[in-house]
Ligand binder design. Structure first.
Ligand code: IPM
Ligand code: MN
Length: 347
């Protein structure tokens, strides 16, 4: 029987509840589908940092490298550990070390979920560059604490990095409705973003079947609200993609529905799957976090592992659950109620 080894990092806050729920659903689907998921939990989190002084052990990356995939809940507990420390100690190094350069985030309304827009029939796949750009980590501070203090943080765009994410976007567009929107701010940022636009233009010649258009980030923000049905695949740099995907989460009814996959398309290292919502400290102890984003991320994991039918079964169960009005309104249903409804909808 095929068996997959999965590293489980529930992390902080609601990350623990939603990872539990997702794992129940994933294990059940695996059992029904004739494959095994072998989960190994890791306690890496802000609590782990408080105990050990690090978000993960020094060999954490090497430990994770042996797994087929990583399922992550959330990282961050700002009351105890600054976000700039926790994220740079766990989530961001994993994305970079494992060259998970494509962060994929689907934005559509599940049946029965009411978004804030009149539009209901949008189906957007945001693809965010996930290893460089504005998140390159290049920079520094000098003359700290004085009036002469300077802070520099440099975006880095490499030809390799830009070309591979755009190519990934073109391929996704080709497999979907054939439309690609490439997002920059090349009217103001004349080096990196013009570079990105040029590469978009160059690759377009290789994909004559894809209808490609370039947008500025500000115009794209407006378009996602005013005309989301006009969009198919949207590809953007790391920070721009980060911002647009919270907007995408909002129009799909909230962060409780926003799933994501950090993909290493070359499969030279494990990919990582996580809901977009984060640790949500305000509701962390209430048992009301929506597990749908985590479960949907788990389905994306199965899809990546090649278990397409099992992934589709989970998406179908999510759709049946929300169509019954369960998990559709923030805070109405408990995490365990929603998870139980999804489990029941599997068969
Ligand atoms: C996300 C999150 C992270 C990001 C934070 C927590 C560093 O907002 O996955 O969207 O900006 O990538
Ligand atoms: Mn974000």
């Amino acid at each position: 029987m095929t068996s997959y080894s999965i590293a489980l990092i529930p992390g902080d806050g609601v990350g623990r509840d939603v990872t539990d729920a997702a794992w129940q659903v994933l294990s059940t689907v695996a059992r029904h589908s004739g494959f095994t998921l072998n989960g190994t939990p890791f306690p890496w989190s802000c609590a782990f940092y408080k105990e050990t002084g690090a978000m993960m052990p020094p060999d954490g990356i090497e430990t994770l490298r042996r797994f087929d995939a990583i399922l992550l809940g959330a990282v961050g507990w700002p009351a105890e550990v600054p976000d700039s420390v926790s994220l740079h100690g766990l989530l961001l190094p994993i994305r970079k070390a494992f060259v998970q350069y494509a962060n994929i985030r689907p934005h559509r309304l599940l049946p029965g979920v009411r978004g804030p827009l009149r539009a209901e029939n949008f189906d957007i796949l945001c693809i965010r560059e996930n290893t460089e750009g504005e998140y390159s980590g290049a920079g520094g501070r000098v003359h700290q604490g004085t009036t002469d203090e300077v802070a520099v943080e440099t975006s880095i765009f490499t030809r390799t990095g830009v070309e591979r994410i755009l190519r990934f976007g073109f391929e996704q567009a080709r497999a979907r409705r054939g439309k690609l929107a490439s997002v920059t701010k090349s009217n103001a940022q004349k080096y990196s973003m013009v570079f990105w636009d040029e590469i978009t233009h160059k690759l377009a010649a290789e994909y004559p079947d894809v209808d490609v258009a370039s947008y500025h980030i500000d115009a794209m923000a407006a378009r996602m609200v005013m005309a989301p049905e006009s969009l198919d695949v949207v590809v953007a740099s790391n920070l721009f993609g980060d911002i647009l995907t919270d907007l995408g989460a909002a129009i799909q009814g909230g962060l409780g529905f926003a799933a994501s996959a950090n993909i290493n398309p070359d499969r030279s290292a494990p990919s990582m799957f996580e809901p977009v919502h984060g640790s949500a400290p305000d509701i962390a102890h209430l048992g009301i976090a929506n597990p749908i984003a985590a479960i949907w991320s788990g389905a994306m994991m199965l899809e990546h592992l090649g278990e397409k039918n099992a992934a589709q079964t989970i998406i179908g169960a999510l759709e049946k659950t929300t169509a019954r009005g369960i998990g559709t309104v923030p805070g109405k249903d408990r995490t365990e109620t929603i998870a139980a409804a999804v489990l029941a909808a599997l068969d």
